[in-house]
Design a protein around this ligand. Structure first.
Ligand code: AMP
Length: 416
């Protein structure tokens, strides 16, 4: 027997039932992004290595898929959407508005160790605002993130927030010639994943004295919020984020190097396999890339984790309660069946037609049963003569005759 070929680990297939849920959530997010004035952007999956490398920090650099293309060029798969977008901003600067609000929903690729909530190809839903360093836009990003979560129906959410400048203020004094402040921040970032003891060990290994490690952890755990960050939180509240959702967290660090101001992560009590999204302000990234000074702030939803959280909370049970309808088909009554399906679809009633008119009615009904159709619309000779259809409820087994002209009203008035 031939070896079965399966998908590559960490790169997943989504069968129709799963894809449907994903599309529902993606559409909800897209709607909120659009309502908030963000414009869609798409960028290619491959970027030059010179763009990708050295932007995320050394840990993340190791996770970038890099290879030579067929022409010997050094390329890589996009690791996120922030860096490719920064390239777009610099490349098309004159064609874009001064304050450019863009959203981007695409897959990104990371050569991670796979586990629940950690994949090698996964979708990110990004929003970013370019061209302004006003706290209003930081607050706007927070509000849009909250509105998405609300529209999806995910509750028990927290937006944990901090300011890179707070971390730098409290931690810079501990940096030395072998450990820079970013390296310290990267270890602090792990405090919610590893124990405090392991974090201390890591910092000592990096080259700090034990006393300094104890003292720096004490400092950062007790660090006060900055006025700038408090302002952002206040504006976000005016924009509708309820009190208590945003939570100042002085040890939140976000591993990526490029953040310069506000940093934040979204979590839900329902989901314990990592954050549902993260973002922040990164005012120097575009300047570092191409020497153009464009301040920026943004956020990425980790879409796959969001879907898993929705699954856990049962959100899909409410969203997917549209009935599945199948119309039977007989070879001598083909025209009538096609006409019923036409009427249903013209009226946006989702329906399928059985796909082989040579099969007996009993076979068609058992197919409907096996594939979880809720209703079957049967058209036999008697029905056609009467100008009716028989609607069979596959859950209760009950049938009733409905006049063809009233089929649409019948399904519209059903209580699910
Ligand atoms: P980052 O670009 O690292 O800030 O990640 C933003 C969001 O993407 C995170 O909050 C996660 O929700 C999600 N994410 C990051 N890495 C993965 C992964 N390997 N698999 C699935 N989701 C991920």
């Amino acid at each position: 027997m031939k070896n079965k070929i399966t998908n590559v680990q960490g790169f997943r297939d989504f069968l129709p039932a799963e894809k449907k849920k994903r599309d529902l959530i993606q559409n909800t997010i897209t709607k909120i992004f659009e309502t908030s004035g963000f414009l869609a952007l798409e960028t290619p999956v491959l970027e030059k290595q010179e763009l990708l490398l050295g932007k995320y920090g050394e840990d993340a650099d190791k996770l970038i898929y890099k290879f030579e293309d067929n022409g010997g060029r050094a390329v890589g798969l996009r690791y996120d959407q922030t860096v490719p977008s920064a390239r777009v901003i610099s490349q098309y600067k004159n064609d874009l508005p001064k304050f450019f609000k863009r959203y981007q929903i695409q897959d990104v690729f990371r050569a991670e160790k796979t586990q629940r909530g950690r994949y090698r190809q996964f979708k990110q839903c990004d929003i970013d605002i370019y061209g302004s360093n006003s706290p209003i836009v930081d607050a706007e990003i927070l509000a849009v993130v909250y509105n998405c979560l609300r529209a999806i129906g995910l509750d028990k959410v927290k937006i944990k927030i901090n300011d890179r400048q707070i971390l730098i203020k409290y931690l810079s004094q501990y940096a030395n010639s072998v450990v820079d402040v970013m390296s310290i921040i990267r270890t602090v970032d792990k405090l919610d994943k590893i124990t405090e003891l392991d974090a201390k060990k890591e910092l000592v290994m990096k080259g700090l004295s034990e006393d300094n490690v104890n003292s720096l952890l004490f400092d950062i755990i007790n660090a006060d919020i900055s006025d700038e960050l408090q302002n952002i939180i206040d504006y976000a509240t005016y924009l509708g984020v309820p009190n208590g959702v945003i939570e100042y967290t002085s040890i939140l660090a976000r591993g990526l190097d490029y953040y310069t101001g506000m940093i934040f992560e979204v979590t839900s009590d329902y989901y314990e396999h990592g954050s549902l999204g993260g973002g922040g302000r990164y005012d120097n990234l575009i300047n570092n890339l191409v020497g153009v000074d464009v301040p920026a702030v943004g956020f990425a939803f980790g879409f796959d984790r969001l879907i898993e959280a929705c699954e856990i909370t049962g959100i899909f049970n409410n969203m997917l309660n549209e009935p599945k309808i199948m119309v039977t088909v007989m070879d001598n009554l083909l025209k009538e069946s096609l006409s019923v399906i036409k009427i249903l679809r013209q009226n946006s009633i989702k329906s399928s037609i059985y796909s082989d008119y040579t099969d007996k009615l009993s076979k068609q009904l058992s197919y409907a049963n096996k594939n979880n159709f809720d209703y079957v619309i049967i058209l036999g000779e008697q029905e056609v003569e009467e100008g009716t259809v028989t609607v069979k409820n596959m859950v209760t087994g009950e049938s009733e005759k409905v006049i063809v002209q009233q089929v649409v009203t019948y399904f519209r008035n059903l209580k699910y």
